[in-house]
Design a protein around this ligand. Structure first.
Ligand SMILES: [Zn+2]
Length: 693
């Protein structure tokens, strides 16, 4: 389900030196003149580097001071203001969990308070976990040890999947992209451990070094789980088989095209076409009710997979692969040695993080990742303001109004397509804060001291929840993110934009901030999510959330001429010597940033007309200038080289620096705000300027 969400790309969470804190400090000021207008307030000018010219390197100008004053902590791989917000949210979650552990007469088993507390205490009990060692997975390993034939793989995978260990391919229920009211079973490619097929296939020295480190890591985990003598042989088999699987996988860029990943077929036909894997047995054993048709994301992957499964010589490789895919998902929950080895590879080698987070922080993150929605239920009771919700709802409608006017004024689109675009825009729905109805986790059995079994129980509840959707209409009230998440998303199938409570805070939004700061923050985020409905991918869905073409051929061509320029602009950015931004993979996000900022800018201009001019000046910056400084303040960050490499390969979002430089290079509004001379360094040439929406 999550794969259909187009996000803002944040999610990571301290007392904020810099932008956010400054906004808070100024919370107590004179009453507002009118809605959205606020008295002049201080701007964190210490974040700037005024030795730089705004028009030659706005990134350094807007954030040079901040970057110097806020070095990256050794426990992080990326560090910016929204990581700080994320961290602050985490501290609040920690307070909530700590409070639960102090309650004497805790509620009955199955209550969310009992579940959260026992899960939290189980993870933080490092002494108990060390004593248990690999005992919690003893039975699992005995069962896997009996695997001797790829024909048995379906049974093994169904058994593992029922406990939450997914591998080889995904099978889940979500909306049919061409019948958005109907839930249908979807199948997607899988089988890899490294973050992308490129890690297996690229031949540069950095990629080769990562593969060597990966093979060593697999062997270490096998040895720690009692398979010392076979460890090296098994590790080399895993890497060899995964490299074959990488070779038959579809690339991320290719998967951006929703027409390519929509392949509806009858279940019986799919089963018959793939004799290498007992799909029907897998379905029955997993308890999936019978269904007629399914949607296959990557048919060629499944066809080639059949060949790998039927190759008898590969049996020992499959055996090693099966053990590894189980262990990599569970090892982090075992002893300190297991956890340390998982950290060494996944965080240090892959992301450049030097030091493990303290046990307490890891425990909070684990609970948040496992029972996020129940935890969010407690979070919003304490940290959500209905006033903020009303204010953000007002901004959503303002931006919708600006978008409508801009569609009407477009010079490249025919009146016919404009009507369709406006109808889609009008049909957008939105959610702010937290769900109206919460999911029920009461059947999950969480027992203190039984970390692995508790997690498997939550996974079983999640699986049943998903499977129960078969045959039911799509639930429009469901949320794709927990309320405490610092992020936002657009769902093409629901044609809705969603803003969890977690993001309605500084530096994105404050009830007391200057409007320019809020429009350059949450305003641009709202615009970004709206624009996803009109990016390379979202524009293929109509207002009812169906994958169906509403464009004339000429309009589509003119649209793609413009998006093609965005692709070309971003392809030229080279954050690492050997690696450029993938302009095609990131185009949806880059389009959404450019369009979103433009919409928010004009919504702000409308708002400012209602304010007294003296309110708008502060610290020598105009409202328009502060709008862009606010946007920059959100995306400035430190990032480790290996994290940057990973994101350039896997993340549909451009790195923070280029989310500032990329869109501003195209915006006449930015040039005007800072009085940039033609030909200024970071700006696109007049003839290359792109305006899409
Ligand atoms: Zn996005």
């Amino acid at each position: 389900m999550m794969k259909t969400l187009l996000t803002l790309g944040l999610a990571a969470a301290v007392a904020l030196p810099g932008f956010a804190q400054k906004l808070k400090v100024n919370a107590k000021s004179k009453p507002a003149k009118s809605v959205g207008c606020l008295p002049k307030q201080g701007f964190p000018t210490g974040n700037l580097d005024s030795s730089q010219a705004a028009c030659s390197d706005f990134y350094q100008f807007a954030a040079g001071g901040w970057l110097k004053a806020n070095p990256m902590p050794s426990t992080e791989s990326r560090w910016g203001t929204f990581n700080m917000l994320d961290k602050m949210n985490e501290r609040r979650l920690e307070e909530i969990l700590d409070r639960l552990t102090r309650i004497k007469n805790l509620k009955a088993p199955g209550s969310i308070e009992q579940q959260l507390m026992d899960l939290y205490l189980s993870f933080s009990d490092s002494v108990g976990r060390n004593q248990q060692g690999i005992e919690p997975i003893g039975e699992h390993l005995a069962t896997l040890g009996r695997f001797n034939n790829t024909q048995e793989l379906a049974g093994m995978l169904a058994w593992l999947r029922s406990k939450g260990y997914g591998m080889l391919f995904s099978m889940y229920v979500t909306a049919d992209a061409r019948m958005s009211e109907v839930n249908r079973v979807h199948l997607g490619q899988g089988g890899l451990s490294l973050p992308d097929r490129d890690y297996y296939l690229k031949q540069d020295s950095a990629s080769k070094a990562i593969r060597m480190a990966y093979e060593d890591h697999i062997a270490q985990i096998f040895a720690l789980c009692g398979m010392t003598s076979e460890a090296k042989d098994m590790a080399s088999r895993v890497l060899s088989l995964e490299t074959k699987i990488a070779g038959i996988s579809m690339s991320r860029t290719e998967m951006r095209d929703p027409d390519k990943t929509y392949n509806k077929m009858s279940w019986s036909g799919f089963v018959a076409q793939h004799p290498g894997f007992a799909f029907e047995q897998f379905r029955m054993q997993l308890g999936v009710p019978a269904f007629d048709s399914c949607i296959v994301g990557q048919p060629a992957f499944f066809t080639s997979l059949d060949g790998l499964l039927m190759d008898k010589q590969l049996l020992p490789d499959w055996r090693a692969w099966l053990h590894w895919h189980f262990l990599r998902q569970v090892a982090g929950l075992l002893s300190s040695k297991h956890e340390a080895e998982m950290f060494r590879f996944n965080s240090t080698v892959m992301s450049g993080i030097k030091q493990m987070k303290p046990l307490k922080e890891r425990s909070v993150r684990f609970v948040n990742g496992t029972l996020g929605e129940p935890l969010g239920q407690l979070f919003v009771k304490q940290y959500f303001s209905p006033r903020a919700k009303a204010d953000v709802a007002r901004m959503v409608e303002e931006l919708r109004g600006v978008f409508r006017q801009r569609i009407e004024a477009l010079s490249w689109m025919s009146p016919e397509t404009k009507e369709k675009a406006k109808a889609k825009l009008q049909a957008f729905t939105y959610k702010i804060g937290y769900p109206d109805q919460w999911r029920d986790f009461s059947k999950a059995v969480i027992k203190r001291g039984q970390l692995v079994a508790s997690l498997e129980s939550v996974a079983a509840v999640n699986l049943q929840y998903n499977l129960s959707k078969i045959g039911k209409p799509v639930d429009k009230k469901e949320w794709g993110m927990t309320p405490q998440t610092v992020n936002a998303y657009y769902s093409p199938n629901k044609n809705e934009i969603v803003f969890p409570a977690g993001i309605l805070q500084p530096p994105f939004y404050s009830e007391n901030a200057h409007p320019a700061m809020n429009y350059g923050g949450i305003g641009a985020v709202i615009g970004h999510e709206f624009s996803h409905g009109f990016d390379d991918k979202g524009s293929k869905y109509d207002g009812n959330g169906n994958l169906s073409n509403w464009w004339t051929a000429e309009d589509r061509k003119r649209f793609e001429e413009r998006t093609g320029k965005i692709v070309a602009q971003f392809n030229k950015f080279k954050p690492i010597d050997t690696l450029s931004i993938n302009g095609s993979m990131t185009q949806g996000e880059n389009i959404a940033d450019l369009a979103g900022l433009t919409l928010a800018f004009y919504a702000m201009e409308n708002q400012l007309k209602k304010c007294d001019p003296p309110l708008l000046q502060a610290d020598g910056f105009t409202a328009e200038q502060r709008f862009f400084l606010s946007w920059a303040g959100i995306w400035v960050n430190h990032i480790s080289p290996s994290e940057l490499r990973k994101r350039l390969i896997t993340d549909p979002h451009s790195p923070g620096k280029y989310r500032i430089l990329g869109p501003l290079a195209n915006m006449p509004e930015f040039r005007k705000a800072f009085g940039c001379a033609p030909g200024s360094e970071m700006l696109a040439k007049e003839e290359d300027l792109v305006v899409i929406w």
